[in-house]
Design a protein around this ligand. Structure first.
Ligand SMILES: [Zn+2]
Length: 423
């Protein structure tokens, strides 16, 4: 069923359930099949380019890039190759290196062979070069393939920068099934935050009147059911299970594209993870989706506890001195601005009165979203993914992160409700 969903989306036959309007995507083709890499030449024919820049890292070149390069050369086309070290980061400087190489090769299209970093770098640099890019995914590790935003590190921190969607996304199931287990688990973690993100987004809508859409969640409904069912098979090389995971990650990206924001796939659970990454870069490196699996379980607990209680909230206090002390000047100043904006909205929308008087009705609308929440823990456990802060080496700083993560963004989530309950 979900297979048809993707086809409907690409061919412009899918209607947004919120508006009734046809959704159009700038991506020409999304294929999730075994054996795609060997046929790169045929796949690229429809893009009408003959000069390519292939971007990989040392690992992805070995597992996929070399075959892509060979397949293009067989067609008699030109291909220049840029290979980054395997631990390269998605920095603005690295994006610059792609631009220089592109100019030298006079390429008409960029081909990304990789996952998070390589995809972000190519999305970002091709957007600024005003040429299309296509991505050959090497791991089902995150939901950014179909998104139009690039996550780029500028200075010390990652920023989500508006860019463009790839012209095509090729997910070769043979390659994905061979990806390291941790990257596969990471993809599951990043997808399963759907539930907590939806609850956070809906509470912000009901309390502060922010925009809310159901389309991203309608897209994922069937896929999520299948993912829970087949997840235990993911690490056995089962291609059908892998197809479901890959499809979910693509649909999640499309949900963000339709919304024009990461809101449907990134709320309180992402804020806690960002907080840990930003404030504690000294801790051992873990993958994004591994973190999100853990923080999703935390958000579920917070949400469920608050939704099942009669809450009493106060004003939205912004204690500038305390924020700067906790977060330092650089992150702190931005946090103060964002907290002030949230406080103003909270005041203007009479959010305090609304929550104190109408919580029963508000929670009645959100609580059904948490139905079957135990499945998330069960699925993460079944695939041997991290489920506790301790599994990530995060125990010591974690309580602090959940208490202060609301400061990192202008999004209003259940983490803000915990804050106003203290105020
Ligand atoms: Zn994510």
């Amino acid at each position: 069923m979900a297979k048809n969903l993707l086809r409907e989306l690409i061919s412009g036959d899918w209607r947004d359930p919120d508006t009734g309007e046809i959704v159009t995507l700038p991506v020409r083709e999304i294929l999730i099949e075994p054996g795609l890499t060997q046929n790169t030449g045929e796949l690229l024919e429809k893009h009408r380019a003959e000069k390519f820049l292939l971007v990989c890292d040392e690992t992805t070149y070995e597992i996929q890039g070399r075959a892509i390069e060979g397949s293009i050369k067989k067609k008699g086309w030109q291909v220049a190759v840029k290979i980054f070290p395997s631990d390269a980061e998605p920095t603005a400087e690295n994006a610059e290196r792609i631009k220089i190489k592109k100019h030298a090769a006079n390429a008409e299209m960029i081909i990304a062979s990789g996952s998070g970093t390589i995809n972000d770098l190519c999305k970002y640099s091709s957007f600024f070069l005003k040429i299309p890019y296509v991505v050959f995914a090497t791991a089902p590790s995150m939901n950014g393939y179909a998104s139009a935003n690039a996550s780029i590190k500028i200075g010390r921190y990652k920023k989500s920068i508006p860019a463009h969607m790839p012209a095509a996304i090729y997910l070769d199931l043979d390659i994905l099934a061979g990806a390291p287990a941790r990257l596969i688990k990471s993809g599951v973690g990043d997808l399963l935050c759907r539930m907590t993100a939806q609850a956070d987004w809906l509470v912000s809508h009901l309390v502060l009147g922010s925009e809310y859409k159901t389309a991203p969640f309608v897209l994922l409904e069937e896929n999520e059911r299948q993912l829970h069912e087949l997840a235990p098979e993911l690490l056995n090389g089962n291609l059908e299970a892998m197809r479901i995971l890959a499809e979910g990650l693509i649909l999640s990206g499309i949900g963000m594209y339709i919304t024009g924001s990461s809101a449907p796939a990134s709320q309180g659970e992402h804020l806690i993870a960002h907080y840990m990454e930003m404030l504690h870069p000294e801790l051992p490196k873990t993958f994004h989706g591994e973190q999100i699996g853990v923080t999703t379980l935390t958000m579920q607990d917070i949400q469920e506890t608050l939704l099942k209680t009669k809450i009493s909230v106060g004003d939205y206090v912004v204690d500038e001195e305390r924020i700067l002390l906790k977060l330092g000047t650089e992150i702190g100043m931005q946090a103060v601005r964002q907290a002030r904006a949230k406080a103003e909205k909270y005041e203007n929308m009479q959010a305090r009165e609304k929550m104190n008087d109408e919580w029963k009705s508000i929670s009645g609308k959100i609580l059904p979203l948490l139905a079957g929440k135990e499945k998330i823990y069960d699925t993460l456990k079944k695939i041997g993914a991290a489920t506790t802060p301790g599994d990530l080496g995060w125990s010591r700083h974690y309580p602090h992160a959940s208490a202060n993560a609301f400061l990192l963004r202008d999004r209003f989530t259940f983490l803000d409700i915990v804050h106003v309950m203290r105020g």
